[in-house]
Design a protein around this ligand. Structure first.
Ligand code: SAM
Ligand code: DTB
Ligand code: SF4
Length: 325
């Protein structure tokens, strides 16, 4: 029996580069071997997303349909009612989702929104689901209020390498992102942080993004790996499509560098073949978003995902079960 891959936060650029550039079969074998040491490879966790405040965002993220600064024609909505969120979460639970992720198109929440956000966390938790929110940057008081309401996870993506970040977002810095992640972790909320590949970045940016996550003081508990969904009228609408093998390499690198984290095959699955998704699961992805809508963009229909799970002999991970062996 092999010793379990150690959990390291001192990975070097050279090591990450060497792993990423292994012959593909060697890379898949390595990633899958690490995956099996910490997880049941036939279990995938299901999360469900809900946009609780859509559009009109002050930030200029070049990929996003919700930025008021992009040309995308998405109208801004208000924060939705607490009861509606809880009703939607109930439906998601009935559909087999164990984690409910509530996302808002904000640079950061306003204090006037905090009471409603706390009520959403409490209501969804009472259903027996794990709660996650993604609301932009948080100050310390907001972090404490969400933690005390019972928030399990906070999603805050670093999105790309520090080098490429400035090409994608100018209204905040990579360091701002890390600052919120540190506040969240220090308060004891679990961290969900990943990024997007296929934004016209170089291979070294994909490697550096994974390295930045894997050298945080603690690995994020969840690492979403999104494939860019090109949105009409945004600066990235016509970016060249990434070779899918590069995407699978990115998933494998995440799994090898962060052996115990849930690696989520996130946005972009509607454009992936079943075979590519199966390869991502083999490479160590063990979480997906279910339901036909992400925040604003399309996601595969639930029965299509169920058929894929059935064909692959994959079952859904139970709530609170991290799949660890
Ligand atoms: N406003 C908050 C923030 O930016 O942290 C929360 C919502 S934001 C939409 C959450 C994440 O979704 C982004 O950080 C990005 O990684 C991902 N995302 C947004 N638009 C995307 C797209 N078109 N394709 C792939 N991922 C996307
Ligand atoms: C994450 O990494 N991906 C999710 C979640 N965290 C919030 C969001 C994907 C958004 C895809 C584009 C859209 O639906 O607008
Ligand atoms: Fe706003 Fe988040 Fe979209 Fe950036 S990614 S524009 S912060 S909703």
């Amino acid at each position: 029996m092999l010793d379990a891959a150690p959990i390291r936060t001192d990975w070097t650029r050279e090591e990450a580069e060497e792993i990423y550039n292994k012959p593909f079969m060697d890379l898949l074998f390595h990633a899958h071997s690490v995956h099996r040491q910490y997880f049941d490879p036939n279990q995938v966790q299901k999360s469900k997303l809900l946009s609780i405040k859509t559009g009109g965002c002050a930030e200029d993220c070049a990929y996003c349909s919700q930025s008021a600064r992009n040309g995308a024609q998405l109208s801004a909505s208000k924060l939705i009612e607490v009861q509606r969120v809880i009703a939607e979460a109930k439906k998601a639970k009935e559909g087999g989702a164990t984690r409910y992720c509530m996302g808002a198109a904000w640079r950061s929440p306003k204090d006037r929104d905090m009471a409603a956000l706390e009520a959403m966390v409490k209501g969804v938790k009472e259903l027996g689901m794990e709660t996650c929110m993604t609301l932009g940057m948080l100050d310390e008081e907001q972090v404490f209020r969400l933690r005390d309401a019972g928030l399990d996870y906070y999603n805050h993506n670093i999105d790309t390498s520090e080098r490429y970040y400035k090409e994608i977002i100018t209204t905040r810095t990579f360091a701002d992102r890390i600052d919120t992640l540190n506040k969240v972790r220090e308060a004891g909320i679990k961290v969900c942080s990943g990024g997007i590949v296929g934004m016209g970045e170089q291979q070294m940016d994909r490697i550096d993004m994974m390295l930045a996550l894997a050298t945080l003081e603690q690995h994020p508990d969840s690492v979403p790996v999104n494939m860019l969904i090109p949105i009409a009228d945004t600066p990235l609408a016509n970016v060249e499509k990434l070779d899918p093998i590069e995407f699978v390499r990115s998933v494998a690198l995440a799994r090898i560098l962060m052996p115990k984290s849930h690696v989520r095959l996130s946005a972009g699955r509607t454009d992936m073949s079943d075979e590519m998704q199966a390869m991502c699961f083999f490479a160590g992805a063990n979480s997906i978003f279910v339901g036909d809508t992400l925040l604003t963009a399309d996601n595969p229909e639930e029965d299509k995902d169920q058929q894929l799970f059935d064909r692959l002999g994959i079952t859904a991970m139970a709530v609170g079960c991290d799949g660890s062996r």
